[in-house]
Design a protein around this ligand. Structure first.
Ligand code: AGP
Length: 610
């Protein structure tokens, strides 16, 4: 996820662009760049690093012009280098572009352009768009050249585009990545989201997929890709600046819960190619090495440790690899028994958790290979590990981890497919079914997010309870742990996650008429019938049953006071869907209690102390 902003104005734009960038930094901070047009020439400054760091080096405000674009990067294609920083230009320096998204057919287009002697200076998919538009400038106008290029590219994009020969026009275009238009006085704006321009204007036009906008300082026109003009409504935004950072959501946590379909789609993007799993060059492990791995030890803390438990289920059940999951804080003091055929996987959203870093260093002393699953480019854990798979959840601001968790599960699932193929534990049909199933998850997740009435009802009824139990079996036992953790850390209500069958061995003594008991009980061939029995046991003692069940399930609703349905999917993938109602339940209970949801007491987003 990256941030883009553009301005065309009767006045100088560098300060407007710079303040816009500062408000967009949460969307990505690997590198940053800015381009203005002066005397029909591009003036570009860009470098690796956070916005303030790079500004101290290059002084963005020394760029002067009445039109410009700017970008802060969250790398997806190409490493974190100055060459890969946006903006990018074409061979003849006639087009300058910034981009948020992933172009899926960029390699093919790049090859065609290289045959026409285009020379590229970066590894990015974005630069290909600049060259492509430029290649059409000889036969089309700037606007038509953009339209023709957009018809050719496949994938997600939010674009800001300048043409040196038409310094009064700024073009914005979008497909699947957010882009909005700001309508100002004697100036107009494009941006990835509202916060970055709210101090300049509160008149917003929302672009839809496959639309492009042509802005001058006095006019905004929107077209489809056939050049047909679209009439658009101007919305008046009445958020304050801090609210706007949350794009209208009351808290970052809620925004990030709702970002999960996009975050998972981004995490999957480009990693499933022709039925094979392809991780970036930062993954760094050969198939030959992976084929020799005969044990995996996953280390992590908190929610990341819960992700590891789900990963264990996937890796053992499907790839038949013995997998242990360790609290990083315990692992590091246990003198673990490791050998060269063991792969250590460190899971961390922040990449800065002290216990996980220490555990990783302990593991490396044993000479074993280490793989990080991490959400922050270039963080400590990614630099210590031999290989990295990035979750592409975008910055997670809320202390309670949500989108990072589900994207960790998505990565673990892809890794399981890779190992299953190499170890031949699954046949082609099973692998194909797994890939098709995970591709459906973003849309299925969206359907879960759209159905939250029952969750609001539960939050209303039970937000004053003192205790609750979360019960699940198999791959959904870690989800019971995660649901309980979410509730504890944002609402301060005590909750405990347990294997459903274990409840009989003690915790059942807690159950009375005031105890909400959440069962994660999607339909599966393994333990569904047993879970029904566990529900009966709780019901017989008066517990309040809240169940997560598979759409179409007729038995669970008859036994439960509340049933929240999730779409049918493969058993291991049900964990990604079943956690979301629990995230929402924790959020709404905490919100009803008036808690500081994004910054709960005693907690920090990244526990950098041991
Ligand atoms: C999760 O909601 C918590 N904020 C916490 O348990 C967190 O998962 C843990 O501190 C690990 O953080 P990391 O993923 O950044 O390493």
């Amino acid at each position: 996820m990256c941030g883009i902003v553009g301005v065309v104005s009767g006045k100088d734009v560098s300060q407007k662009l710079f303040s816009g960038l500062l408000n967009l930094e949460y969307r990505g901070y690997d590198s940053v760049g800015m381009c203005v047009i002066k005397d029909k020439n591009f003036k570009i400054k860009k470098d690796v690093g956070k916005i303030e760091q790079v500004n101290n080096k290059v002084n963005f405000l020394s760029l002067h012009g009445n039109i410009g674009i700017a970008h802060c990067r969250w790398s997806t294609h190409g490493g974190v280098t100055k060459n890969n920083a946006h903006p990018h230009t074409g061979s003849r320096n006639k087009i300058s572009i910034v981009h948020n998204g992933i172009i899926e057919n960029y390699s093919e287009i790049k090859g065609e352009l290289q045959k026409k002697k285009h020379v590229f200076s970066s590894e990015t998919d974005t630069e290909v768009i600049a060259h492509l538009i430029e290649s059409y400038l000889d036969i089309y106008t700037f606007e038509k050249a953009v339209r023709e290029a957009l018809k050719k590219i496949e994938g997600s994009y939010a674009l800001g585009i300048l043409c040196a020969d038409e310094p009064e026009k700024l073009i914005g275009a979008r497909n699947e990545s957010p882009l909005i238009i700001g309508v100002g006085n004697n100036e107009n704006f494009i941006s990835s989201d509202i916060p970055s321009i709210l101090t300049q204007t509160n008149k917003i036009v929302y672009l839809e997929d496959k639309e492009m906008a042509v802005l001058t300082k006095d006019n905004v026109m929107v077209f489809d890709l056939e050049g047909k003009e679209k009439k658009k409504k101007i919305h008046i935004i009445n958020w304050n600046a801090e609210a706007a950072q949350k794009s209208g959501y009351k808290h970052f946590m809620l925004k990030e819960i709702y970002e999960q379909p996009r975050a998972i789609a981004d995490t999957l993007n480009e990693r499933v190619q022709n039925g094979s799993i392809v991780f970036g060059k930062e993954f760094g492990f050969s198939n030959n090495y992976l084929s020799k791995v005969n044990r995996i030890v996953i280390i992590g803390c908190g929610t990341s440790w819960h992700a590891g438990l789900v990963g264990k289920f996937m890796l053992e059940e499907l790839a038949k690899i013995p997998t242990e999951v360790e609290y990083a804080s315990e692992f590091r003091y246990r003198h673990p028994l490791l050998d060269k055929s063991t792969l250590i996987i460190a899971i961390s959203q922040s990449g800065e958790t002290a216990d996980t870093i220490a555990a990783l260093k302990e593991a490396k002393k044993h000479g074993v290979k280490t793989l990080a699953i991490c959400n922050v480019m270039g963080s400590s854990i990614t630099r210590i590990s031999d290989g990295v798979i990035y979750t592409r959840a975008g910055p997670e601001i809320g202390v309670a981890s949500t989108k990072a968790f589900t994207t960790q599960l998505a990565v673990l699932y892809l890794l399981t497919i890779l190992f299953s193929k190499l170890r031949k534990t699954l046949n082609k049909t099973q692998i194909k079914d797994m890939i098709e199933s995970i591709r459906k998850i973003p849309l299925q997740l969206q359907s879960v997010l759209d159905e939250y009435d029952e969750i609001l009802k539960c939050a209303e009824l039970y937000h004053n309870k003192q205790n609750s139990l979360y019960l699940g079996r198999g791959v959904n036992f870690p989800i019971a742990l995660e649901g309980a953790l979410k509730l504890k850390e944002v609402s301060y209500m005590h909750a405990e996650g347990y294997p459903a069958a274990e409840m009989k061995h003690g915790p059942i003594a807690l159950i009375d008429k005031s105890m909400p008991v959440v069962f994660i009980a999607p339909h599966d061939v393994y333990t569904y019938k047993k879970v029904l029995g566990n529900i009966e046991e709780v019901k017989a003692r008066g517990g309040i049953i809240i169940a997560i069940a598979t759409e179409g399930d007729k038995e669970i609703p008859q036994k439960s006071k509340h049933t929240i349905f999730i779409p049918k999917t493969l058993y291991t993938l049900s964990s990604i869907l079943s956690v979301v109602p629990l995230q929402l339940l924790a959020y709404h209970i905490a919100d009803k209690l008036g808690r500081d949801v994004d910054k709960p007491r005693n907690l920090a987003k990244s526990v950098v102390v041991e």
